[in-house]
Design a protein around this ligand. Structure first.
Ligand SMILES: Cc1cc2nc3c(=O)[nH]c(=O)nc-3n(C[C@H](O)[C@H](O)[C@H](O)COP(=O)(O)OP(=O)(O)OC[C@H]3O[C@@H](n4cnc5c(N)ncnc54)[C@H](O)[C@@H]3O)c2cc1C
Length: 426
């Protein structure tokens, strides 16, 4: 059996490993435009400082460790078209064009950066970060940049801002409404903002209307104000990359992603799709969502990999989500739904806030109509991930807070800790 996977991000790599684990005999091959080992995108911002590093790879997913599992990674290769009747793909690389046959195909083609359609975005000095090659390129040009403008106020924009400031750059952020509007409640956005250094220059309330410059980016236009820039990073998210899927005849949903069933199979039998290119089913409402998150892509990849080799196993946790990052010395964690993402799906929510000043943490708990916890957010100087996992546990158990309270008083937590370390305390 020939399993061919297009894409070598978390979705593609996890699919390949799962297919191999469930079928030791199958031929498993990844085709990718990527030229480097698989790497963590969050880590990609390190390449701003060390543009020539090759050391950010994820060990388990490196080309050499996949080769040990008899998974062949063909890099520098674009899949330009496919034919589901003959189960074949046309590819192109430096050696020329060729044809690859498959029995089962998994598309993990990721997303395309959202760059707004405004004048000037084709000038040199405009960047996005989708992979380490992008970041390394910015890193190589960094000595010519003093003023850097970042458009977008999500995790990856903040990560890039932190690293650029540490490298001595003047960094501006353009934020249309507030920080992480879809993931954080408004008071949590405010909390995050209050913890950012003053040196980061923030411009709220406007989207850029043009990029100005002659041979190179010189400034960005915000209303009637011009912000000088030697480089502009558009960190404005991605939209599903569905060109190949569409060409293969797979159905696309109203959100622009490939439609899949619970095994991650598309509308074309034998073709699966995972990651940023698909629409996922929200486990709470059953409605479709775009979830461009690495861990979701990896879990979907695992599901597609086992299904592609014939297993009927369904994992129930594919759309589970916990995003964690450490930003300017703070843990920022988002679990499940925010009130914004839930209300977009027609779910009414209440939000409860818990503060623990002694631990310098603020927590938002998003409660659904039946009193169950459906999501939460944490901003904390430390231990944020632990709290995030406590929230996730309750979201997955569909627990009510009165049955499973969060943030027990400090002395109770200390007692629990001592008991788990030294045994029962009378
Ligand atoms: C800067 C940044 C930071 C991030 N931080 C986090 C984080 O902290 N936590 C988290 O969970 N998520 C994070 N994400 C999101 C996460 O990286 C993505 O959700 C994840 O990479 C999606 O995985 P994927 O497998 O769908 O596709 P991708 O990782 O986007 O990979 C797509 C692959 O498809 C290949 N490809 C596409 N078309 C073709 C074709 N026609 N032929 C051949 N190959 C093709 C590409 O070469 C690539 O290998 C971050 C993203 C960015 C950009």
């Amino acid at each position: 059996m020939r399993i061919v996977i297009v894409g070598y991000g978390p979705g593609g790599a996890a699919a390949a490993i799962a297919a191999r684990m469930f079928n030791p005999e199958a031929e498993v091959r990844i085709l990718t435009e990527e030229v480097l080992d698989a790497h963590k995108k969050p880590g990609a911002s390190l390449a701003l400082e060390f543009p020539d590093t090759k050391d950010l790879s994820i060990n388990d997913w490196s080309i050499s460790s996949l080769a040990k599992k008899r998974i062949d990674v063909v890099t520098g290769t674009s899949v330009i078209s496919g034919n589901p009747k003959s189960r074949s793909l046309k590819t192109k690389n430096e050696q020329g064009k060729s044809t690859v046959k498959y029995d089962r195909l998994i598309l993990a083609t990721g997303g395309i950066p959202n760059i707004p359609e405004i004048p000037g975005t084709d000038l040199p000095g405009i960047f996005t970060i989708q992979n380490m090659t992008d970041t390394s390129e910015i890193g190589r040009q960094l000595s010519e940049m003093n003023e850097v403008v970042i458009v977008g106020a999500g995790f990856s924009g903040l990560e890039a801002a932190e690293r650029l400031i540490s490298l001595g750059k003047d960094v501006h952020m353009i934020i249309r409404s507030r920080f992480m509007r879809r993931q954080l409640e408004e008071p949590m956005s405010d909390e995050l903002q209050s913890r950012l250094p003053q040196i980061l220059k923030l411009h709220f309330g406007l989207a850029p209307s043009a990029v100005l410059g002659d041979q190179h980016v010189q400034s960005v236009l915000l209303g009637n104000q011009q912000v000088d820039a030697d480089a502009i990073l558009f960190m404005t998210g991605v939209r599903p990359n569905t060109a190949l899927a569409q060409q293969l005849g797979a159905k696309i949903g109203s959100l622009g992603g490939i439609l899949v069933d619970e095994q991650m199979q598309t509308s074309v039998k034998g073709i699966f799709a995972v990651g940023d290119c698909v629409e996922m089913k929200d486990s709470y409402t059953g409605l479709n969502l775009l979830l461009p998150i690495g861990s979701v892509a990896a879990r979907a990849g695992r599901q597609a990999g086992v299904a592609a080799v014939g297993s009927t196993k369904i994992y129930g946790d594919t759309s589970k989500r916990l995003q964690y990052d450490r930003i300017f010395g703070n843990d920022v964690v988002c679990v499940g739904h925010s009130s914004t993402s839930a209300e977009d799906l027609g779910v009414k929510t209440k939000v409860q806030y818990v503060e623990d000043p002694s631990e310098f943490s603020k927590v938002a708990l998003v409660i659904g109509p039946r009193g169950q916890l459906i999501g939460g957010q944490v901003i904390a100087a430390r231990q944020g991930a632990r709290l995030g996992y406590e929230i996730l546990e309750r979201v997955e158990a569909r627990a009510k807070l009165k049955n499973q309270p969060l943030l027990k008083p400090r002395h109770e937590r200390l007692r629990d800790f001592l008991e788990s370390t030294f045994g029962p305390i009378q």
